[in-house]
Design a protein around this ligand. Structure first.
Ligand code: MRU
Length: 366
């Protein structure tokens, strides 16, 4: 997707082979890129949310293991990789793409390889994971586009109103995004769409990132408070909800950014289709139900303070008593029964074990 008319990915290798990312903490006020030179840089970038979004977290960690082997000695590279993998795994617990990407990397190497051979393998894999994510998101886009087309046809050319939460866009993936790919494709096809963007407290990924992405592609949107969606649904101003996920489990329950569950309840009550877009790397076949998904608890200051552009630059201000007690879970679980369908790279299915298995029969690991 584009920034100021120039195509970007969320992570890339520059002409000198340096691994580069966009510092998402600074958007939309500043566009700043960062170099990740050591695996510790990738771990820090994931935990401090320089990079975020389940697929991007996974690819960043995959590059992290490549950087870890670059810094390791010829004799103990495997041990160094195991240590880096464990530390990367602990950066953010909810997005399963992280464990998935680390596993892909670790399974691709073995002790009998030379360090050179293993490092080439890790670099190629990281590139492959990034490229695969792009084609997966495109395929998710094509499936989701059909849903938007149907609504546009039913509305006979009237504007299709889509509600989204957090940022399941290209910034959280490598390109296209999951929930946003259908939007970009519909817009490119000339379907009139309009997006309601939940601000998404406390990190404001909707207000800061989704608005930025949509604006760069000239897609009409309104930024709304997290609490406005229910009213808009009652008023018939939402045709479909399209969101992403950090982990979807065997029975179709979905972990996604905190606030997703409340939107699903409102959509269910108002009979509005509520879809989750996801790559297969976000499916956790090992977990049976959503209540077993680990929920990341984040820093209290995310809730007690707000960051934004002030007169003198980017500033943080306090919005509650300094000693306010805070509980800040980063994600919630939406039970499958409130989800109209899962949009994957293999098509759309019911949010259920049978639905998932109908699209991914080979991945049944029971
Ligand atoms: O805490 P974040 O910003 O990493 O949370 C991101 C989300 O919840 C996204 O909806 C999800 O990862 C899908 S990104 C394509």
């Amino acid at each position: 997707m584009k920034i100021q008319g120039k195509s970007y990915r969320s992570i890339w290798e520059d002409a000198s082979g340096r691994i580069m990312v966009i510092d998402q903490r600074k958007l939309p006020h500043r566009f700043k890129t960062l170099e990740l030179n050591q695996w510790q840089d990738t771990a820090a970038a994931i935990s401090n949310m320089t990079v975020r979004g389940a697929p991007l977290i996974g690819v960043t960690a995959a590059y992290g293991l490549y950087l870890a082997i670059c810094d390791a000695s010829n004799d103990n590279w495997l041990l160094a990789l195991k240590k880096a993998s464990e530390a990367l795994q602990n950066t953010r617990p909810t997005a399963v793409n992280l464990a998935w990407a680390l596993r892909q990397q670790m399974l691709s190497i073995h002790a009998s390889m030379s360090k050179k051979e293993a490092s080439e393998r890790l670099l190629n894999n990281a590139r492959q994971l990034a490229n695969d994510d792009i084609s997966v998101c495109k395929r998710i886009g094509e499936s989701g586009l059909k849903l938007i087309r149907e609504i546009a046809n039913r509305k006979q050319g009237g504007v299709v109103n889509i509600l989204t939460h957090c940022n399941a866009g290209w910034l959280g993936c490598i390109d296209w995004g999951t929930a946003t790919a259908p939007l970009y494709m519909a817009h490119h096809e000339g379907i009139a769409i309009h997006v309601w963007v939940d601000e998404t407290r406390p990190r404001l990924q909707g207000a800061r990132l989704t608005t930025f992405e949509l604006g760069q592609e000239n897609i009409p949107y309104h930024l709304i408070t997290d609490n406005a969606g229910g009213l808009l649904m009652q008023q018939g101003k939402v045709d479909i909800c399209l969101l992403g996920t950090d982990r979807t489990v065997r029975n179709g329950d979905v972990a996604n950014k905190i606030g997703t569950y409340l939107k699903a309840l409102a959509a269910y009550d108002n009979k509005i289709p509520f879809y989750i877009a996801l790559p297969s790397s976000s499916i956790d076949w090992e977990i049976e139900r959503g209540s077993d998904i680990p929920i990341e608890e984040r820093d209290a200051n995310e809730v007690k303070q707000v960051e934004g552009q002030g007169q003198l630059g980017i500033d943080r201000v306090s919005i509650s008593p300094d000693n306010a007690a805070v509980y800040n879970p980063g994600f919630d679980i939406t039970p499958a029964r409130f989800i109209s369908g899962l949009i994957t790279e293999h098509g759309i299915c019911k949010a259920s074990e049978a639905g998932l298995l109908s699209l991914f029969p080979d991945l049944n690991k029971s």
